[in-house]
Design a protein around this ligand. Structure first.
Ligand code: BDR
Ligand code: CA
Length: 319
C-alpha cells in the first residue's frame, strides 16, 4: 500500500520539482499539499500550488490547504533574492478554490483520518506545522514521521551567516516543532548542498513535448540565471528534492540522533539551528539528523523519477 504523505511547500523552484516528483511516485499517495509563505509570499505560494496541480492534473488530486503569514511576518523576500516565482515564468492558469481551507486545518484532518500512517514532508518554513500542533496538541504523536528540509549542523547559513532560510523565516515555529514530541528527521544544508543540478542535467531533462519537461524547462532557466548572477554558481541547489528523496528512499541516507533547538532571537543568530554536542550533553536527543547520503544514487533517483513523472503526466497540451 502506498505511504500517505502531506507535502508542505513554499514554491519556489525546488519545492515545485519536489511536488512533481511526489505526485507521480508509485510508492506514495500525496493526501494533501499545503502551502506556506517563504520563497514567495503566502498568497503566491498557494497560487503556485493550485497552478501546478491544475497544469499537471494528476490522476489522484490531493487536498489543498492554503497558507497565511507567519505570526511575525516574513523577514525577507526570498533567499538572496532567489525568489523565482515559477508560476510567473510558466504563466500557469489558476482556478480560484471555492472554499479554501487553512493549511493547518487540512494537516490536522488528514493526520486524524489515518493516525500513525501519515508522514509530513515540510519543505518550507515550519509555520503550518507549528500551527497544526498548536491546534491539536495530540497531533505530534499521531504523525508517522516528520521530515524537515533545512537547518545546518556545521555548514554555514544560506540566508544569514548563521541561518538556513526555512528556519530563519519563522524561527519560533521551528523551535516549537523541534521541541514537539513528533518523530523528526532533519535534512540540513550540510547534506542538501551536495546535490547540484547543472547545465548538463538541464539539457537532459524530459522532452519539452511533455508537460513535466515543458514546465521544468520553463521554470529552471531563470533559477540558473539567478544562481549565476547572485552566487556565481553554474547550477542550482534543489534542497527540497533531496529532502523528499530522504522521505522516499531511507536506504540512501544515514542519520545521527542529535539534541537540537532553534535560536529565535539574537542580532546575528536568528534561525540558527543549535545542537548540544558537548561530551556530556545537557539536552535530550530529539531529532534524527541526516549526516551522510549516497549522493550519486540520490541524483540518479531524482532524474529517473522526473522521467517517470513526465511519462505519467503525458504530453504538453495546446495552451
Ligand atoms: C530552503 O530554502 C528555500 O529557498 C528552498 O525552497 C528550501 O526549502 C533551503 O534553504
Ligand atoms: Ca522550500
Amino acid at each position: 500500500m502506498p505511504r500517505k504523505i502531506i507535502l508542505d511547500v513554499d514554491p519556489g523552484v525546488d519545492d515545485a520539482i519536489a511536488l512533481i516528483l511526489a505526485l507521480y511516485h508509485p510508492g506514495i499517495e500525496v493526501v494533501a499539499v499545503t502551502s506556506v509563505g517563504g520563497n514567495v509570499p503566502p498568497n503566491v505560494a498557494s497560487r503556485n500550488v493550485s497552478g501546478i496541480l491544475g497544469f499537471l492534473d494528476p490522476p489522484r488530486w490531493p487536498r489543498v490547504g492554503v497558507s497565511s503569514l507567519p505570526d511575525d511576518g516574513l523577514p525577507v523576500q526570498g533567499r538572496y533574492g532567489l525568489s523565482v516565482d515559477c508560476l510567473e515564468a510558466a504563466q500557469l492558469k489558476v482556478a480560484e478554490l471555492r472554499s479554501p481551507h487553512p493549511a493547518e486545518k487540512v494537516i490536522c484532518e488528514e493526520v486524524r483520518t489515518a493516525p500513525g500512517q501519515v508522514t509530513i514532508v515540510a519543505l518550507g518554513p515550519l509555520t503550518n506545522i507549528a500551527r497544526a500542533f498548536r491546534r491539536d496538541p495530540e497531533l505530534p504523536t499521531l504523525v508517522a514521521k516528520l521530515f524537515i528540509s533545512g537547518g545546518t549542523v556545521a555548514a554555514g547559513g544560506n540566508v544569514t551567516a548563521a541561518a538556513e532560510f526555512n528556519m530563519y523565516c519563522d524561527p519560533k515555529a521551528a523551535r516549537e516543532v523541534f521541541r514537539s514530541s513528533s518523530t523528526k528527521f532533519l535534512v540540513p544544508l550540510d547534506v542538501t548542498n551536495r546535490v547540484m543540478l547543472t547545465f548538463d542535467h538541464l539539457v537532459n531533462l524530459p522532452s519539452e513535448a511533455t508537460r513535466v519537461g515543458w514546465f521544468l524547462r520553463t521554470i529552471l532557466p531563470p533559477a540558473f540565471l539567478s544562481y549565476r548572477q547572485r552566487l556565481g554558481i553554474e547550477g542550482i541547489h534543489i534542497h527540497d528534492c533531496v529532502t523528499l528523496m530522504a522521505a522516499l528512499h531511507p536506504e540512501l541516507f544515514e542519520y545521527e540522533e542529535m539534541a537540537g533547538d532553534v535560536e529565535t532571537g539574537g542580532e546575528l543568530c536568528r534561525g540558527a539551528t543549535v545542537f548540544d554536542r558537548r561530551r556530556v550533553p545537557a539536552w535530550q536527543r530529539n531529532i534524527a539528523v541526516a549526516r551522510k547520503m549516497d549522493t550519486s544514487r540520490v541524483v540518479d533517483g531524482l532524474l529517473a523519477s522526473l522521467e517517470r513523472a513526465a511519462w505519467e503526466a503525458g504530453p504538453m497540451l495546446p495552451q
